[in-house]
Design a protein. Structure first.
Length: 318
């Protein structure tokens, strides 16, 4: 897994390790304002014996940035909140521990809320339920669902949480509500024919992009609950693969199960570019990518970062 912070200055990484489980790290990027990047990768010893299914960057009113991490074991799963300073090369003797860690049932997805009406909250998508946790007060809300929740994203302008399910359903929850009997708390409901693996709200939050295990990528108008565009050529049959939307450049990027990275025009859904993996294609070598207009921060360089096996590639964008 590669997960960039908002400024694309740091990339949180999750690597498989030979004896099972995962190893975490942070890559620091420095953009030099021209077609080159400086990359600092800190070797670290932070392992988990669980397979990590999902990660997201979190934010607390604290001088340090934090990470929300999801793990999965046979039983039980685990949600952890780690301070990013754990991965710093400075003051190794003065590192803080986990801010929050608790056991849960099998975990599939996670999302952090940046809306002030649900401050300091993150959600975990579990087997047949959604769990919203306030990491400061410890308060939890549970929403029962009929299917596993494989993808999640909070809106920023409203306290709404969007969820994509193995059943193909996408629904939203207003996390302020208290009465959760039945399914009446579902606000917007959309349906794909296959398991939804990734959802992305566009900035104005009138549109939602969703990908599924049939390789379909659809753009939904949330005001009319209708599909308004389809992006063709994506390949998927069983993997939980992310979508990457860059509205500034007008691009949609997704890596398929066939190990090809495809880039579409957001506006007209035209397939612009297909990039083969530098490694032989296999189901355990599907590339992870990050695209940004400014890799390495405000003076950074535009381009695509691709991680395959032990290697990191930079494709320049012009």
């Amino acid at each position: 897994i590669l997960q960039a912070d908002v400024a694309c200055e740091r990339i949180f990484t999750v690597n498989d390790v030979e004896h099972g489980g995962c190893k975490y790290g942070i890559i620091n990027l420095s953009g030099l304002g021209k077609e080159s990047l400086t990359v600092e990768m800190y070797d670290n010893l932070y392992f988990t014996n669980r397979k990590v299914n999902s990660v997201c960057w979190a934010s607390l009113t604290h001088p340090d940035s934090h990470l929300c991490l999801m793990g999965i074991a046979e039983t039980p799963g685990c949600a952890s909140l780690l301070p990013a300073s754990l991965f710093s090369s400075t003051n190794p003797g003065d590192r803080p521990g986990m801010l929050c860690s608790f056991k849960i049932s099998t975990a599939w997805s996670c999302a952090w809320c940046l809306n002030p009406q649900a401050d300091n909250c993150f959600s975990t998508g579990l087997t047949r339920r959604v769990l919203v946790t306030n990491v400061v007060t410890g308060h939890r809300q549970t929403f029962g669902t009929s299917s596993d929740v494989l993808a999640q994203q909070f809106a920023t302008q409203t306290p709404m949480l969007y969820n994509g399910c193995r059943s193909g359903e996408i629904f939203s929850i207003d996390v302020r509500q208290r009465n959760r009997k039945g399914q009446s708390w579902k606000a917007i409901r959309l349906f794909h024919d296959s398991a939804v693996t990734s959802i992305r709200l566009l900035e104005a939050e009138h549109y939602l992009m969703a990908a599924d295990m049939a390789g379909k990528i659809k753009l939904w108008d949330l005001r009319t609950a209708k599909c308004v565009k389809q992006y063709k050529g994506h390949h998927n049959e069983y993997a939980v693969l992310p979508l990457h939307v860059n509205e500034e450049e007008g691009l949609l990027t997704a890596v398929g199960q066939d190990c090809y990275t495809r880039i579409w025009s957001l506006q007209d859904a035209h397939l612009l570019r297909t990039i083969p993996s530098p490694h032989p294609s296999s189901k355990d070598a599907i590339p992870s990518v990050v695209f940004s207009s400014r890799l390495g921060g405000s003076r950074g360089v535009p381009g695509l970062l691709m991680a395959v096996k032990q290697d990191l590639y930079h494709f320049s964008y012009n």
